[in-house]
Design a protein around this ligand. Structure first.
Ligand code: ARG
Length: 569
């Protein structure tokens, strides 16, 4: 498509000698409403050089510009306002929809670049609870957005499958566990055991001692301990995969913390040889004062490695294996310090690639009473949330069947698409850094700016296209789209690529979510004000081409946030 903004850059670069193209590009703004044009360029910075009143400069430049791409170039006080040629806009957008169909707006800015997106990364033997919803859904959306822009993404689930808690679990299973019972309900049974041993430990300190021994045995490859650990990992992953399947989320790699256990000695060696490691009260630390950060503990006084040691090994492994343009970690804001330290330690080790690491943080979800703790065993399971959402849609559909005396063929599938879509959509509706309180009612509300609303508009367009016998082979004439509602839709469609690019630069999928709502609303306005299936064939087919473009973009927008777009609802 024509890049109108670039056209402005070229036009202005010709007129303004003392600004570079880059400076001009960065100053171009989007006015608050279309009455002030599609683009605006402020001239304040030129006042000094030209020794003239900015309003006069703006007026002079505006007057001297002539371009087929803009129907009007006007000054308004210190701004030059550009009004896009609507016929050009219309033919650009309709031709893009017609010629590229499902690839509408797709650009390949990431070609040849590997991007790692690490997300979800739950701890095995612990519940997959509502606290994991954010990393899982935000991470998947980021991966999809990078894919769309042509990057080669690698999705990694950095499972928490290593650490002293496995010593605790091994002891608890030996003492109180019943393999059969656990196999039936692995996560909740393992959680019970974990809660129990944490409670009993307070009375009986030998349990802690036994657990330490069990963990050491596990680290040294003890047969029985390793088998038990492997079993815990397998049953946990099986449970997690149920949730991933429901969410339609899949990974390229499940290399979790344990994967790096044999890669840590090399890291420790490098830390030593680079002189970064110092001893403090028997432990090995890296001083990070020059980064304004607290020191990073790498090896505890008992010789055991910790979370960050494994992350150092993981970062190095990922760098060597994938040579990534970016290594993105979608992890809660509680770990901001951890990732700052991780980067700083890598720099201290002399790894100049440390800046490929990006921590995409997000706010916390809490329950109404402010808790979200596995240790106390109080949890909302993500699987339950998804199932409830699905059931609710099923109820609505059943009521509709009874109401209208019809049968909805794919009720089960549709319920999942709409219910789970609603949960994802809501999760991706706000800036990620905001904390929020989990609320059943809100999660299951389908009114207003929700996923089901957007899906519904998409399905409505599908049936409209069918009724109007839409075909890509039909003749259409872009110059016929002159209604204000039509132009507004065209403007939005034209913006789609920029929205996705912005979302990827800032790691904010909610730009895309909000955009789909805006587009759906704008379409509804059009639909309510304009007859589309009219006698005049050429006008009808042109309007249907616009509808088709909207449908295509809504579908892709939803796809980018992992939400399906059913044809019928
Ligand atoms: N398993 C950790 C948790 O649940 C998250 C892991 C984040 N990723 C990482 N590479 N440290 O808190």
């Amino acid at each position: 498509m024509i890049d109108f903004k670039e056209e402005i850059v070229k036009l202005l670069a010709n007129k303004i000698e003392n600004l570079t193209e880059e400076e001009i590009r960065n100053s171009i703004e989007t006015p608050p409403n279309y009455e002030m044009g599609d683009y605006a360029f402020p001239v304040f910075s030129l006042a000094k050089v030209y020794r003239k009143n900015p309003a006069i400069i703006a007026a002079e430049i505006a007057e001297s510009i002539e371009s087929e791409y803009f129907e009007k170039v006007e000054s308004q006080s210190a701004y030059i306002n550009f009004f896009v040629n609507k016929e050009k806009l219309s033919s650009e957008v309709l031709n893009e929809a017609h010629n590229r169909q499902g690839n509408f707006g797709k650009v390949n800015i990431g070609e040849g670049r590997n991007v790692i997106v690490e997300y979800s990364s739950p701890n095995i033997a612990k519940p997959f609870h509502i606290g994991h919803i954010r990393t899982t859904i935000i991470g998947d959306a980021i991966k999809r957005i990078y894919d769309f822009l042509g990057y080669n993404t690698i999705s990694i689930n950095h499972l928490g499958d290593y650490g002293t808690q496995f010593g605790l679990l091994i002891v608890a299973i030996r003492k109180w566990g019943d393999i059969k019972v656990i196999e039936e309900n692995p996560i909740s049974e393992l959680l019970k055991l974990y809660v129990k041993i944490n409670a009993e430990m307070e009375e009986d300190p030998t349990l802690l001692e036994d657990s330490r021994k069990a963990f050491t045995a596990l680290e040294n490859g003890g047969k029985e301990e390793t088998e038990l650990w492997q079993w815990i990992r397998d049953v946990s992953l099986k449970e997690f995969n149920k949730v991933y399947d429901m969410l339609d989320i899949h990974y390229d790699s499940y290399a979790g913390e344990s994967f790096y256990s044999d890669k840590m000695p090399a890291i420790v060696e490098r830390l030593k040889s680079s002189g970064a490691l110092t001893e403090s009260e028997g432990a090995q630390i890296v001083d990070l004062e020059k980064y304004d950060l607290p020191p990073s503990l790498i090896i505890k006084s008992d010789g055991s490695t910790i979370y960050i040691t494994r992350d150092l090994a993981a970062a190095k492994y990922r760098h060597d294996t994938y040579k990534p343009y970016k290594n993105i970690y979608v992890v809660g804001s509680q770990q901001i310090l951890h990732f700052k330290q991780l980067k700083a330690v890598l720099k201290e080790m002399g790894y100049d690639w440390a800046d490929e690491i990006v921590h995409v943080a997000f706010g916390m979800v809490s329950l109404e009473d402010g808790t979200l703790s596995t240790r106390k065993g109080r949890v909302v399971y993500l699987e339950d949330v998804l199932n409830k959402a699905k059931e609710k849609v099923e109820e609505i559909l059943t009521a509709r069947e009874e109401d209208k005396g019809i049968k909805i063929e794919n009720k089960e599938e549709l319920s999942a698409q709409v219910g789970i879509g609603a949960v994802k959509f809501q999760e991706l509706f706000n800036q990620r850094i905001k904390d929020y309180v989990f609320d059943w009612e809100k999660t299951l509300s389908f009114e207003g700016e929700t996923g089901p609303y957007v899906q519904y508009v998409h399905a409505r367009i599908s049936s409209l296209l069918e009724k109007g016998n839409f075909s890509l082979n039909n003749k259409y004439d872009p110059s016929l789209l002159t209604k204000e509602e039509e132009i507004n839709i065209l403007r939005l469609l034209y913006k789609f690529t920029d929205i996705v690019i912005d979302a990827h630069e800032k790691y904010e999928p909610y730009f895309v979510t909000r955009y789909t709502v805006e587009l759906a609303k704008e379409f509804n306005k059009y639909y309510n004000s304009t007859q589309i299936l009219i006698e005049d064939e050429l006008l009808k087919n042109t309007r249907l081409m616009l509808c088709y473009a909207v449908k295509t973009v809504i579908k892709e927008g939803l796809n980018l946030i992992g939400v399906e777009a059913p044809e019928k609802m």
